[in-house]
Design a protein around this ligand. Sequence first.
Ligand code: FES
Length: 107
Amino acid sequence: MTDDGWHKLEGISNATEKFPARAKIAGEGVLVFRTKAGFRGVERSCPHLKASLADAALMANDTVLRCANHNFTFKLSDGRGVNSPAFRLRVFEVKVEDDVFYGRWIG
Ligand code: FES
């Protein structure tokens, strides 16, 4: 990890064609989505009942993620539950430098 909190993302590159893509950040399995605003990362499991978020859908112009299991929705900006305020998804920002992906947890 760098001093400013960025971690190199393992298992993802510019050659990755399928999103959401599985990757690892500091050894933890995560998912990276490609949105209209760029890449965004989340933990792999829904904070509700731990369903995989690999089948989650992007909504609201790619600003919200909806779990396919019970349709709980989360803001990709900060992970807050939209229709489920008791739950919060862990999200991270993603940057790409020289074909290397980096992630930094938010909050
Ligand atoms: S497990 Fe995701 S909404 Fe229930």
